[in-house]
Ligand binder design. Structure first.
Ligand code: SF4
Ligand code: SF4
Length: 60
């Protein structure tokens, strides 16, 4: 299974990952990105590439 990790120290709440992910893995909560549907992740790595703060890590 794919693991989706968000480093909340690095996340500034820009919402890019929410807009980028095709299967809605992320949701915003208190201006941070929370992983809510990890099991849906396709490991496309779009979020990892797009996050301006390098806060997301996809582990296969
Ligand atoms: S793209 Fe990165 S910085 Fe922006 S909300 Fe998502 S995890 Fe946080
Ligand atoms: S790797 Fe792709 S499918 Fe998985 S959380 Fe990131 S954008 Fe969504």
């Amino acid at each position: 299974m794919v693991e989706v990790k968000v480093d909340l120290e690095k996340c500034d709440g820009c919402e890019t990952c929410v807009d980028t992910c095709p299967v809605e893995v992320f949701e915003m909560k208190d201006q941070k990105s929370i992983v809510v549907k990890e099991e849906e992740c396709l490991a496309c790595r779009a979020c990892e590439v797009q996050c301006p703060n390098g806060a997301i890590e996809i582990i296969e």
